[in-house]
Design a protein around this ligand. Structure first.
Ligand code: SAH
Ligand code: SF4
Length: 475
């Protein structure tokens, strides 16, 4: 690619003029808030469901809201604006959103000027927004993932009153640079490097609600990393549904190279990333992790199932053997690597014998921790129309078998950590105790002063109860 090509915008890049237009809407919305509602210091309540990608999106929407003059509250009753950023990945999150929205009705009756907005993945599903349109008339504003960067315009329309605003068109998706960000924390930062997904795992709704895979430019990502570090951030998590395929289509800087570049930035900070897809995880990436001292010795590599037939039906694009070869190589080049994974129990048609292959895989690998889910059918996905004869109750039994096996593995791992000293970033403080994560993403709590939050400290592990660890500062 020659230099002049680099400045060309790609088909999914939102033009700078559009962001400028949104800034004009910021001022218009501010004027309506002041003149029509007399709100000089309006308050917003923003609640995020689901993954870190959603959290990062909410930080950008809060950036726009802050520019419109909104402050933020944790008390819904105090809010003039309520925003739910929703998740569609499993039924549980979906149901919680409907429960939460239903509960807003009496609050809004007492506070009629309150604007209620729903956004995010669920709103990209037609059956969801149709239901909101029909049965939740007190919701003023609904927009999907592809309209997020236009929040000022949508807010302005909602504030002007009249018709309810629905912006839910389907799209392959956009990348909007130049959107303000209001971060939730100062020493931990989420940094999206790509959006969307092209993998169409047969159980998963993400490709339908998040559009096609598209990568931010290395310049934009590195600039944001620099900004985070300059503002005191100590722990950066690079985000994407499949970070290993960063820039795959453009042939520009790949993920391993991006890691190296961020690792080269001066400062005392750690780099994490998620999610890594085994299909695209390479030995090159593992070698790069091993060489980059700021990259955490933690690899979240979801395998979903340990059985090759189920993996094929899931459309995951790798086998158990390929997965295990990645783990073996990761441990060869980083003996202290901490491994975590996602698992789905009870995929349609999975038998108990096939589930036992998942069980044997977790025993073989000995993960630090697992995120385990019972399969949840998602409308419009391929798996939702597959025969699913095993009862929920039976799947529940398998699930408990898996989690209790993992508890034993984690307890063994905790025992091994006893007496060792780890570098920990102090993240929270309560009742005289600090807590934070090791490089390998294990939580430890230890006595300490609140003033140390955001600092790295060395902590010696002095006690372990099953998989929770306690220690003392060893500096
Ligand atoms: N892009 C990531 C996963 C994003 S979704 C990856 O490929 O690893 C996060 C996790 O939710 C998945 O890893 C999977 O374990 C779980 N999940 C997704 N769809 C699901 C469904 N329909 N039922 C149950 N769990 C699901
Ligand atoms: Fe969903 Fe698969 Fe894409 Fe992950 S890689 S978001 S599981 S479709």
């Amino acid at each position: 690619m020659d230099k002049s090509d680099k400045n060309k915008s790609r088909k999914f890049d939102v033009p700078f003029e559009e962001i400028k237009r949104q800034r004009e809407y910021v001022n218009l919305a501010k004027t309506v808030l002041e003149t029509r509602f007399g709100l000089i210091e309006p308050l917003a309540y923003v609640h995020t469901f689901g993954c870190q990608g959603n959290v990062a999106d909410s930080e950008r929407m809060k950036g726009w809201l802050a520019q419109m003059g909104y402050g933020f509250t944790e008390e819904i009753e105090q809010a003039d604006f309520v925003l739910y950023n929703t998740c569609a990945v499993r039924e549980h999150a979906h149901d919680r959103v409907f429960g939460n929205v239903g509960a807003l009705k009496p609050i809004k009756e007492k506070k009629p000027h309150m604007i209620i907005a729903l956004c995010g993945c669920m709103m990209q599903q037609e059956h969801v927004w149709q239901k909101i349109k029909k049965s939740y008339p007190f919701v003023n504003l609904v927009f999907g993932t592809h309209a997020q960067h236009r929040l000022p315009e949508l807010m302005y329309k909602a504030l002007c009153g009249g018709k309810r605003v629905f912006e839910v068109e389907n799209s392959d998706g956009f990348i909007a640079e130049g959107v303000p960000v209001r971060r939730d924390g100062s020493f931990k930062g989420w940094l999206p490097i790509m959006y969307g997904c092209n993998n169409f795992c047969s159980y998963c709704v993400v490709p339908y609600v998040r559009g096609r895979e598209r990568s931010r430019t290395p310049e934009a990502v590195i600039a944001e990393a620099n900004e985070l570090i300059a503002s005191g951030c100590r722990d950066i998590t690079l985000l994407g549904q499949n970070v290993n395929s960063y820039n795959r289509d453009s042939g520009e800087m790949n993920f391993a190279e991006l890691l190296k570049q961020i690792n080269n930035i001066d400062g005392d900070f750690k780099i994490r990333f998620m999610t890594s897809h085994p299909k695209d995880c390479t030995f090159e990436l593992l070698d790069t992790m091993a060489r980059c001292e700021k990259v955490s010795r933690h690899l979240h590599l979801p395998f979903q199932s340990g059985n090759n037939r189920v993996l094929k039906e899931m459309n995951r694009g790798y086998t158990r053997e390929k997965y295990l070869s990645l783990i073996e190589y990761a441990r060869k080049v980083m003996p202290d690597i901490s491994l975590t994974s996602d698992i789905i129990v009870g995929f349609p048609g999975e038998t108990y014998e096939e589930f036992c292959d998942t069980l044997s895989l977790i025993k073989e690998v000995e993960f630090t921790s697992l995120y385990t889910f019972i399969y949840s059918p998602r409308e419009g996905t391929k798996a939702a129309s597959m025969p699913d004869p095993v009862s929920r109750e039976e799947k529940g039994k398998w699930f408990r078998e898996l989690t209790s096996a993992q508890e034993q593995i984690a307890a063994k791992r905790s025992q091994k950590m006893l007496g060792q000293t780890y570098r920990v970033l102090c993240e929270e403080h309560s009742g005289g105790m600090l807590s934070g994560r090791t490089d390998g993403n294990v939580m430890i709590d230890f006595p300490g002063d609140e003033s140390r939050i955001g600092e790295f400290v060395n902590v010696k592990v002095t006690a372990c109860r099953n998989w929770t660890l306690s220690g003392e500062i060893a500096d």
